[in-house]
Design a binder for this molecule. Structure first.
Ligand code: ZN
Length: 390
């Protein structure tokens, strides 16, 4: 496991999401595995609780203990059950560490919890329990499941584990985690010319200090409107009718479609920016909070948080940094020409404003992006100095 790595190498993990097309038998096995995983999780959790009450000690029984009483557990991949044991242990660890952030592990119910299971790849000599073929994914018990790969894994990647899940609309996906050793990138030192500042914008996703905007694609808005219409139709229908079921399925498919569109958009935008600039400055806004305040639903507010994370790792792979400015930094009401800070927030309705001190005419959002950029760079160089003098 602890392969020797030179200092110039770094470990990176990549997940490939592949669509799975199981045969009828394989799908039945998947369904059974989902059920067994839920069952074993609930059993272990219940026994842990009982054990704790009786002995005051923390202990989670292993899946093997349950097989005599529940022989159907033997029909599925034992690795999936072991993973449930690991996941439950992990759920308790994070709960004990910070109970305010992580709730006490809950019992799983078919109607609330996503159907999924995870198996690790066990490598023994030349044999592996999980591997990919040209158009399939080989798993224990299921055998080769037909799969469609968005791209091919590289030859030197190591397959670590795979999670199989089923969406609410009935599609199966495999999330294959790979360990990818890579050369550590050279550190890129940004300059004002090669750095961009981005201000989150409700209407335009972001506005850059250069004035450039991302303008969320209109099809995203169209899909969103269509989704709202289906939702309205559903509200008027009688639950349980055939028509209702069909509309529910339509709703789920469109919902998935929107999520995919949004993810594509975010990946494409973040890749473009990470390639074009040496550093990117953003403000660490709490996007969930913004989403609550604006109450515009799940359009793109939640997406901006993901966008920042995508930027962070896409930059890091090139030795670059995402510079995050404090979320209370008054980016909008500061004049980027002279630094004057206005006592009050500039109204969202105003596209431009004039600085009373220096007379500069400022575009509200681009000015904010400019301030975020200046602040981000200032932070970068002051921490760099501290690091060097230390
Ligand atoms: Zn000014």
């Amino acid at each position: 496991m602890a392969a020797k790595r030179s200092k110039s190498e770094t470990l990176r993990y990549t997940t490939l999401k592949v669509r799975l097309y199981p045969s009828a038998e394989q799908a039945a096995l998947f369904e059974k595995t989902f059920g067994c995983c839920r069952y074993i999780w609930n059993q272990m959790l219940a026994d842990q609780q009982r054990f704790y009450i009786e002995t005051d000690k923390f202990f989670i029984p292993t899946p093997a203990k349950y097989k005599a009483g529940a022989p159907f557990l033997k029909e599925v991949d034992n690795q999936a059950l072991i993973q449930e044991h690991n996941k439950l242990g992990q759920a308790f660890r994070v709960f004990f560490k910070s109970p305010e952030n992580f709730g006490y592990p809950k019992f799983k119910r078919k109607k609330d919890d996503r159907d999924s299971f995870t198996v690790c790849n066990h490598v023994m000599g030349n044999s592996e329990t999980v591997y990919t073929t040209r158009d399939g994914l080989r798993m224990t018990k299921a055998g080769i499941v037909r799969a469609k790969f968005p791209r091919r894994p590289q030859g030197w990647w190591k397959l670590k584990r795979v999670t199989v899940d089923r969406t609410r609309s009935g599609k199966y996906y495999g999330y294959i985690l790979y360990e990818c050793p890579e050369k550590k990138p050279e550190v890129v030192v940004p300059t004002p010319e090669t750095t961009v500042g981005l201000k989150y914008s409700m209407a335009r996703f972001y506005v850059a200090d250069t004035g450039e905007t991302a303008d969320p694609p209109h099809w995203l808005k169209q899909s969103q409107e269509k989704l709202a219409r289906i939702q309205q139709r559903l509200n008027r229908m009688r639950p349980g009718s055939k028509n209702y079921q069909e509309t529910v399925q339509k709703y789920r498919l469109l919902h998935e479609h929107i999520a995919n569109q949004r993810r594509d958009f975010i990946h494409k935008e973040s890749r473009r920016i990470a390639n074009a600039w040496d550093a990117v400055c953003v403000r660490g806004d709490d996007m969930e909070q913004i989403s609550r305040i604006t109450n515009r639903g799940n359009a793109l507010e939640a997406g901006f948080g993901m966008f920042r994370e995508c930027l962070r790792y896409k930059l890091a792979r090139q030795g670059k940094e995402l510079l995050v400015v404090d979320r209370y930094f008054p980016s909008t009401r500061t004049c980027s020409a002279c630094g004057r800070v206005m006592p009050e927030e500039i109204s969202m309705k105003r596209r431009t404003w004039t600085c009373p001190q220096c007379g500069a005419v400022l575009k509200r959002e681009a000015n904010a992006a400019r301030n975020i950029k200046d602040q981000g760079l200032a932070q970068y160089f002051s921490t760099r100095e501290r690091r060097e003098s230390a």
